[in-house]
Design a protein around this ligand. Sequence first.
Ligand code: UTP
Length: 290
Amino acid sequence: MHQRVRKAVFPVAGLGTRFLPATKSIPKEMLTVVDKPLIQHAVEEAREAGIEQFIFVTGRMKTAMEDHFDLSYELEATLAERGKTKELEQLRAALPPAGNVCYVRQQRPLGLGHAVWCARHLVGDEPFAVMLPDDLVLAKTGCMKQMVDVHAETGGNVVGVVDVPREHTRRYGILDVADDDGRLATVRGLVEKPAPEDAPSTLSIIGRYILEPAIFKHISEIGRGAGGEIQLTDAMVRLIGGDRPFHGLRFAGRRYDCGDKLGWLEANIAFALAREDIAEPLRRILAEYR
Ligand code: UTP
């Protein structure tokens, strides 16, 4: 029996420069897809996967997220007074149990690897999930639930992967694969942003990871990498070939890169079309733009 994944780290301290001016005073993770902020989509995916503790790595200007996962007494009282029970129930259901959300500040945005490292004392010595809220996955069974189920069988490290067109490998972290059954790939290497002709595969890592705690030691040793940032990928490379397995899971579902304007717009359309209450009227509106 492998140790269960109980904790998830949400690195949310980035500046979100691709989304300025929207992100000048609002965190990127509070941008909504249909009617929920990205961070709530991610937390719900984590809860579906059985995650119990939610660790946010935040920075300045990010307090909107802390408020979002806190009780809003005035709002709840007003909704109750006005008999808006459905809205009230929705708010209450979205609130994780008291004491299960914690926050740590990254202080300076030195990169994703550094953000994850800032959570080391809160994670401790157990496998944990990392979820980037700007990667949003539309799936019947949540992406992290699929990964946690695989982890229960394999243990070790598991990353969510998607096949990308070979001409796009330069944008992503790409797996070098030893073995592949079409769903689960055994990883033997990891290459950051390779040229199409050098890419060892077309399997790209998305913002869903289950990592062994050994990653923290590796992060503290690697120093700055591409773009002068402390890169999570550089530390993950050191996990490969160790005493614990490393797998890539082609999850069932579709990923939307909501850190990018077009990806975010597409996610809004896809998630709205998946909603019974909005799909039909939206289809009619979209037809007018053909
Ligand atoms: P991105 O690469 O999307 O960077 O980070 P960003 O700063 O958020 O956005 P752009 O590129 O300037 O538009 C991926 C994830 O890692 C987090 C971000 O918050 C995001 O969830 N991150 C990144 C940190 O928490 N700290 C960092 O130093 C960098």
